[in-house]
Ligand binder design. Structure first.
Ligand code: ATP
Ligand code: MG
Length: 271
């Protein structure tokens, strides 16, 4: 199982939208996908069709607490099966309290990793939607992940926030998770008609070069509508520019793993 975290402490950059579109995109490619909502706002849970996350009795908070207390896991009751062929560990407001209690827990950074280890044989991909902060839950996500996707919005010049996030990734890699890799920076909400959008895109490419996905996500009201209408972009506007952009991203994400495998393979052959 490859685990990918969607992270940026800046709010409203497209983390949740990307988690949903990538998850469904991978599932459409025949992959078994587990989505993990790691945001107490429960936006991903809502986007996947559970309009009232706070009514759910079993969520990510339940499972993480079971790990912390070394109790038997109720994974079967907690993982929700989705119509788009992806599974979901939902979240609601209870995750806020859980995050507070993590601070004093033993192995507090690895609770999510321990949880995902128990399901890793069942999925090809796990995708974690982080909340807009660099708190303990996001650190757990980075510690559990093989790679991180960082969505940035094309309406703002990449600021100190991105540097701070990249520093956090490096620290987690050094101290907690040596395999952590930057899958890519994803520029979202791109409006090719505006100089601002094009300028931001250019600046990000010149500053971060090979770390930036070739795929960019256009600004699209269709995409914003999917959140309300609870359907995937692939059904809402099949073949549209947003659907195609996320299909391209899905391809790039799948080949990220492949190119690394190839490199490993080559290294073996050279020796
Ligand atoms: P948060 O930090 O609050 O978790 P987020 O980073 O998860 O936010 P989203 O919730 O995915 O961001 O997106 C923020 C808003 O922008 C949502 O209303 C979403 O529907 C909309 N949106 C996301 N991507 C696009 C896009 N490419 N074009 C237009 N609107 C978009
Ligand atoms: Mg979100």
């Amino acid at each position: 199982m490859k685990t990918i975290a969607l992270a940026n402490q800046k709010g409203g950059v497209g983390k949740t939208t990307t988690a949903a579109c990538l998850g469904v995109g991978l599932s459409r490619q025949g992959k078994n996908v587990l989505l993990i909502d790691a945001d107490p706002q429960g936006n991903l849970t809502q986007m996947m069709g559970w309009q009232q996350p706070d009514d759910l009795e079993q969520t990510l908070a339940t499972l993480m607490e079971q790990i912390m207390l070394e109790k038997p896991l109720s994974t079967e009751q907690t993982i929700l099966k989705q119509k788009d062929g992806v599974d979901l560990i939902p979240a609601n407001i209870e995750l806020s309290a859980l995050e507070v209690s993590l601070v004093n827990a033993m192995s507090r950074e690895t609770v999510l990793r321990q949880l995902l280890d128990t399901v890793k044989d069942r999925y090809d991909y796990a995708i974690i939607d982080c909340m807009p902060s660099l708190g303990m839950l996001s650190i757990n996500a980075l510690t559990a992940a093989d790679s991180v996707i960082i969505p940035v919005q094309a309406q703002y010049l990449p600021a100190k926030g991105l540097q701070q996030l990249l520093k956090t990734v490096v620290r987690v890699k050094r101290q907690l998770n040596p395999k952590l890799d930057i899958n890519g920076i994803l520029v979202t909400m791109v409006d090719q008609r505006t100089n601002l959008s094009r300028g931001v895109l250019e600046q990000i490419r010149s500053a971060y070069g090979g770390k930036v996905f070739q795929s960019v996500i256009p600004i699209s009201t269709k995409l914003a509508e999917t959140a309300l209408e609870n359907c995937s972009i692939y059904d809402h506007e099949p073949g549209g520019k947003a659907a195609r952009a996320y299909e391209n991203l899905t391809e790039e994400v799948m080949s990220h793993g492949r190119s690394r495998e190839n490199r490993k393979h080559e290294a073996v052959q050279v020796r």
